[in-house]
Design a protein around this ligand. Structure first.
Ligand code: ATP
Length: 345
């Protein structure tokens, strides 16, 4: 599908940072009245490896689809190398799409085609001659280490090899932007590491801008020079990876890092992390009765992740039983038992 042809009030390209591969300004995308992305403003530096991280439903895949031209935003501005992508003709949009490589979590290879013919497909669609596209596909497969396996069908390849084919296919048209959506999530840790190393090598060799979407902080740590944290369609925070991970400002970043907030606790108090269905007045009252207070709470869909300051003597089991059991006792046998054990009503 082509990129949008809607004309939005364009920004003077001179006002955009020259070093940006991508500039998103106030991007909003709705699905069925619900905002999957909300007023998202983000810069992706040219030549960076930018990680997009967030929990399930944060809007990561929606963002990738917008950047690849598979979706159009409902409002906002989207620039690539200073060019307003939302003001292109369909033909121009298709040309820009060929400069964008996409790598998928589940490889998306055609089972009836060999590795060579899977990689050659984007060139075929672009009208490149058979001889030339096979030569280019062979070269791309060699670059990802599969020069010997060009005649294999997907069913004859391992998961890691399939993803190498996916990467070769993404690069065969010579893009300057590579979007990888959970590219290693379906792979075992060792294979994931080798695919991430390959992405780093290719990004350097080809001077690409790599946008890598993941829900795994290890991927961000090992690959990304820059990172943007999404939370329920909003940008929670963004910056250089080293700095952002050393000093996470947003609760969702800390939750993804498994890091506790930096707070000064009273003597005899400790921090405990719990995820609650809700942080309502009744739960807060029970927490206060235990001598505890909320240090940080992060509301997700259907649950709230909390850091609580409580007296050292209040264990996690106490918190669960005393704060939740009264609400849940009749619905969840585990809490029923916990409540009975703790003598809760
Ligand atoms: N085509 C669609 N139609 C309706 N709702 C959608 C569609 N695509 C995404 N959504 C909704 O938009 C929100 C963001 O979804 P998205 O897939 O972008 O999140 P994500 O961060 O990639 O999640 P995950 O890590 O689980 O893939 C979710 O609430 C999702 O249900």
């Amino acid at each position: 599908m082509p990129l949008a042809t809607v004309s939005l009030p364009g920004r003077d390209p001179a006002s955009l940072p020259a070093s940006s591969a991508l500039e998103l300004r106030g991007i909003t995308k709705y699905f069925g009245g619900y905002p999957a992305l909300s007023d998202l403003t983000l810069s992706v530096p040219r030549g960076s490896r930018t990680g997009i991280i967030g929990r399930s439903g944060a809007g990561k895949s929606t963002l990738v689809r917008l950047l690849s031209g598979l979706e159009t935003p409902d409002s906002g501005e989207l620039y690539r190398n200073g060019e307003n992508l939302l003001a292109l003709s369909p033909a121009q949009a298709r040309a820009r799409q060929r400069r964008t490589g996409l790598v998928f979590q589940h490889f998306n290879l055609l089972s009836q085609r060999t590795a060579l013919h899977n990689v050659a497909l984007p060139l075929e669609l672009a009208g490149v001659s058979a001889k030339k596209r096979e030569a280019l596909a062979h070269e791309a497969l060699t670059q990802v280490g599969l020069g010997e396996l060009v005649g294999r069908y997907p069913a004859q390849l391992s998961g890691g090899q399939k993803q190498r084919v996916g990467i070769a296919r993404a690069l065969v048209t010579g893009p300057d932007l590579l979007l990888a959506d959970e590219a290693t999530s379906a792979l075992d840790p060792e294979t994931s590491a080798s695919i991430l190393e390959l992405l780093i090598r290719l990004q350097r060799e080809r001077d690409l801008t790599l946008v890598i979407v993941t829900h795994q902080m290890e991927v961000i740590r090992s690959v990304a020079t820059h990172v943007a944290v999404l939370d329920q369609g909003h940008l929670a925070e963004s910056g250089e990876t080293k700095q952002l991970l050393a000093q996470p400002r947003h609760a969702v970043t800390r939750a993804l890092l498994g890091a506790a907030p930096q707070v000064h606790l009273a003597a005899g108090q400790v921090l405990r992390q719990v995820t609650l269905p809700a942080l309502d007045a009744a739960v807060l009252a029970r927490l206060a009765a235990l001598g505890g207070s909320v240090v940080e709470a992060h509301q997700g869909r259907g649950q709230t992740a909390c850091w609580l300051a409580v007296p050292e003597s209040v264990s996690l089991a106490d918190l669960w039983a005393q704060m939740l059991a009264p609400k849940r006792a009749w619905h969840d046998p585990r809490f029923h038992l916990a409540a009975a054990w703790k003598g809760c009503p």
